[in-house]
Ligand binder design. Structure first.
Ligand SMILES: [Zn+2]
Length: 305
């Protein structure tokens, strides 16, 4: 770890939620041999590269020290993720369900912005559902892919870079992104600024406090090198309230992916089991069957009033 601290690519950070510098290490890294520049961009992340700590004052769980924020931002701007776009049909199905669920809180017409939209699968689903939908993502490659292949309105950059006006949007969505952002507090302040009064924000995050995470311990599948934060209901609530939002509801998030793709992801744990199941599903012609699953992800809905 001393070596990591010395290298300029790493930085030591205070708690992003309360500013405290008091923490306890809860998970030590165990992987020795890896390229620090690949830990952020690796499509499915690399396991065992992080030192994870818990703030003694507010309970926020975060990576410390970590790859410094400038390197993280640069990595995302340069992301080319061909594996991600392969899961297109499943993601589209999941996101169609997500777009319908938002009706309960707010119905189209209106303006919706997806923050960290990647290739724009959710933007596409929201547009089909009746929203004037747009997305923003730092990856030039993913944004270009979405514009060309889905015909959606996407902007390359960070929310702050684009410079939207105050109170422009009725709905903001952040799907599996906040845990990647170096400064979630600032990101949520910016979200609050661009949201209309009476608007809502929907955030999906892997829940470190979930029963699945507790059972899996250090083998939890979301302990990945590209996640800088591990939120719980308590810490995400505090983040939202600090930014001015009122928390409305927490709910389990169900997703859909092709069976073949899930078998591929299994490779994180066991290459041989992954290959075996991929072969089996292929021979049974089940690779494209869409499977709904809950993987410890939580939706939180909050409003600006
Ligand atoms: Zn704290």
């Amino acid at each position: 770890m001393d070596q990591l601290k010395e290298a300029s690519i790493y930085e030591t950070v205070a708690c992003n939620l309360c500013g405290s510098e008091n923490y306890r290490v809860i998970i030590e890294p165990y992987k020795k041999d890896f390229n620090p520049l690949e830990v952020i961009t690796a499509s499915q992340g690399i396991r065992g590269t992080q030192r994870i700590v818990r703030c003694l004052d507010c309970g926020l769980v975060y990576v410390n020290p970590r790859i410094n924020a400038a390197v993280v931002s640069e990595s995302y701007a340069g992301t080319i993720d061909k594996v991600y776009v392969q899961g297109a049909s499943g993601r589209q199905q999941t996101f169609t369900q997500c777009a319908k669920k938002i009706d309960r809180w707010k119905k189209p017409p209106g303006r919706l912005l997806d923050v960290g939209c990647a290739a724009g699968f959710f933007v596409n689903a929201a547009k089909k559902h009746g929203w004037d939908a747009a997305g923003v993502d730092p990856s030039n490659w993913l944004v270009k892919w979405g514009i060309e292949n889905l015909g959606v309105k996407l902007y390359a950059g960070t929310l702050k870079d684009i410079g939207f006006g105050d109170k422009e949007f009725d709905v903001l969505t952040i799907w599996d992104v906040l845990e990647h952002v170096p400064d979630p507090a600032k990101e949520l302040q910016e979200c609050y600024r661009v949201l209309k009064k009476g608007g809502i924000i929907v955030i999906n995050y892997p829940d470190f406090g979930s029963i699945l995470s507790r059972l899996a311990g250090r083998r939890w599948w979301f302990l990945l090198s590209n996640h800088l934060y591990y939120f719980t209901e308590k810490t995400i609530r505090k983040y939202l309230e600090n930014s001015g939002f009122k928390v409305e509801k927490f709910a389990w998030h169900w997703q859909t992916l092709p069976l073949g793709y899930l078998a591929k992801i299994l490779g994180i744990y066991s290459q041989s089991l992954s290959r075996l199941s991929m072969g089996l599903f292929k021979s049974l012609r089940l690779s494209n069957v869409q499977i709904p699953y809950y993987a410890a992800q939580t939706n939180v809905i909050a409003s600006k009033y």
